[in-house]
Design a protein around this ligand. Structure first.
Ligand code: BDP
Length: 570
């Protein structure tokens, strides 16, 4: 089985495609001799970018770690297991289980079909309440790396632009006696600030701020923070050096605006999935680069990581290109009342800790989303979201927090705790199917109700319609490319009115068609993409492209270089 990849679509075996339960991976690798001999001062670490969902890992038959949940990295120090055995291959064994329970994220449940007249013995299905194929496998790169035995374990950086300070905190593990020196370099390699010790502030004169794509002619500017640690251990001088890209930017939310570096930011972007033919959710560089080229072609300045954290390599590109991210945890399909109990809540808090630890230093991440479309009308959702959101804010006071709702404004128990209202709606699709004419009234009412109740800015975090590429109909009928386009136009006319007031963003559902469970409403998956699963544009992509470039062009701070590009598009 290739790694990284989902295992589901690699073979011709339908039972592997829909497999639920344990799978095993095993590989032998030869390690450099010096890793195996230098047993005191070198630490060897085995790291997984992600694996779905529950993982147990052995090295040379010794269990070194277990981890609950996909989409996030986990690692273990394997030095003691491998050292002292030069020349012997290192055997890495992984057992993975993709069974979901009411307390995993996402939740799910196993249902045994006990009617012997209809199902074979021990027949069961896994029920999920989310709309994407439940791919499993080792989805992201697996690496072995080394550090000295005294090492930099973590760095936290926050930035404020008033005095243009970069605040840092460094944690070192392995000894309490060490020295730390820091230097911040600009993109020309010039040192612009220096510091020492485990915590402090670096002052940057006339900084180049990190700006979103289409908001500045040089978006995604990142300094480079070099952190150098030195320590004496076992008679040797140990040195660990880590270089972290740092974008200087601020984020603020008012009752009507989302401000990046003090300027109003309007999210014109997409929702995505990690999903493609054959590889499923497996990380794939050509696909990732194609997607970023399409985002830039589209004039999208942002996306939400619907409905789980994306690969770190993708997040690196967001930082570099200035693509703004609403970073969502895998809290999708939280519908059963059991999933609002203490066991689920504790796990949700741990997942937020893992996500924030991974992504806290990323300038592209401007907001955390703790869930998508939970049953937030259920009374326990109030305490549940109050707790998850408070915990998230305690871990990272520098960013706003939200969750994405499709519950009626008057019934939602989680909305009081969010900083930005993110609302999904499918007028003329799941409600009043075929009736495009209801959109203006229903969408306006939706916005007014939410705003009157909470006086918080609103993002239309999902809206969309399926279209089967190549199906045409005029007048527009559902599933044709024309219907998808017409639906967009109805929504856009309301957005244009409300973005003068308190609507701060629109994210289309979805960037590309994606695979789902089979069902009577899904034709080889969800077809709400503006691109096909193979990343070819449907007609709707051109409508959105024209709109996004027009919005960018209207923005007063747009530099001439982008304006001319926008003109060229016309
Ligand atoms: C929304 C969900 C999203 C679905 C979409 C749809 O958030 O995951 O794929 O509906 O049905 O409710 O297309």
């Amino acid at each position: 089985m290739p790694v990284p990849a989902s295992f589901n679509d690699i073979t011709q075996d339908p039972s592997l495609e829909n497999y639920i339960g344990w799978v095993w991976y095993e590989k032998e690798v030869l390690l450099p001799l010096r890793w195996l001999q230098d047993d005191l001062n070198t630490r060897v670490v085995l790291r997984f970018g992600s694996a779905h969902y529950y993982s147990i890992v052995w090295v040379n038959g010794v269990q070194v770690m277990e981890h609950e949940g996909g989409h996030l990295p986990f690692e273990a120090d394997i030095s003691s297991v491998i050292q002292g055995s030069p020349g012997v291959p290192c055997r890495i064994t992984v057992a993975l289980n993709n069974t979901l329970t009411p307390h995993t994220l996402p939740p799910g449940s196993i249902q045994y079909m006990n009617d012997k007249t209809r199902y074979p013995k021990n027949y069961f299905v896994q029920n999920i309440r989310f709309d994407f194929f439940n791919y499993a496998g080792i989805h992201r790169p697996v690496v072995l790396y080394t550090t000295p035995s005294v090492y930099i374990d973590d760095i936290t950086v926050t930035t404020t632009s008033s005095e243009t300070m970069v605040q840092y905190q460094v944690s070192v593990v392995g000894s309490t006696v060490y020295s730390l020196s820091l230097s911040l370099r600009d993109q020309e390699g010039k040192v612009v600030a220096t510091g020492d010790g485990p915590a402090g502030e670096l002052k940057v004169l006339n900084p180049n701020l990190w700006w979103p794509y289409l908001m500045h002619e040089n978006p995604g500017y990142r300094y480079s923070l070099e952190v150098k640690m030195q320590a004496q251990a076992n008679g040797a001088l140990l040195e660990d050096v880590y270089t972290l890209p740092v974008g200087i930017r601020t984020v603020h939310v008012t009752s009507t605006q989302f401000l990046i570096n003090g300027r109003p930011f309007y999210f014109h972007g997409v929702n995505k999935h990690e999903d493609a033919d054959i590889r499923g959710k497996g990380f794939d560089w050509p696909l990732v680069m194609k997607d970023f080229n399409l985002l830039r072609w589209l004039g999208a300045n942002s996306f939400r990581t619907s409905h789980y954290p994306y690969a770190e390599e993708i997040m690196d590109l967001c930082d570099a290109y200035g693509i703004v991210v609403i970073d969502e945890c895998p809290g999708v399909g939280i519908k059963m009342s059991e999933s609002f109990g203490n066991k689920s809540l504790q796990h949700h808090l741990v997942v937020m800790e893992e996500l924030i630890r991974r992504d806290k230093n990323r300038p592209s991440v401007v907001m955390w989303s703790v869930a998508n479309e939970p049953a937030s009308e259920l009374p326990p959702a109030g305490y549940y979201f109050k707790t998850v959101i408070a915990h998230t804010k305690a871990l990272d006071p520098s960013r706003p927090v939200t969750f994405v709702t499709d519950v009626n404004y008057a019934l939602d128990h989680g909305a009081p705790y969010v900083d930005v209202i993110c609302v999904n709606s499918y007028f003329s699709w799941y409600h009043d199917p075929g009736h495009l004419e209801v959109i203006p009234l229903q969408l306006t009412t939706q916005f007014e109700n939410w705003y009157k109740t909470y006086q918080k800015p609103i993002i239309q975090s999902e809206y969309g319609a399926d279209s089967v590429p190549g199906l045409h109909s005029d007048p527009p009928l559902m599933f044709s490319e024309e219907y998808q386009k017409a639906m967009l136009r109805e929504y856009h006319s309301v957005f244009d009115k409300k973005r003068k007031e308190y609507v701060i963003g629109e994210l289309i559902w979805n960037f590309a068609d994606f695979m789902t469970n089979q069902g009577t409403t899904r034709v080889l998956g969800n077809k709400k993409g503006i691109f096909t699963r193979q990343r070819q544009p449907k007609s709707a992509a051109f409508v959105l492209r024209e709109r996004y470039w027009k919005i960018a062009n209207e923005s007063s701070c747009l530099p001439p270089i982008i304006k001319s590009h926008a003109l060229f598009l016309k």
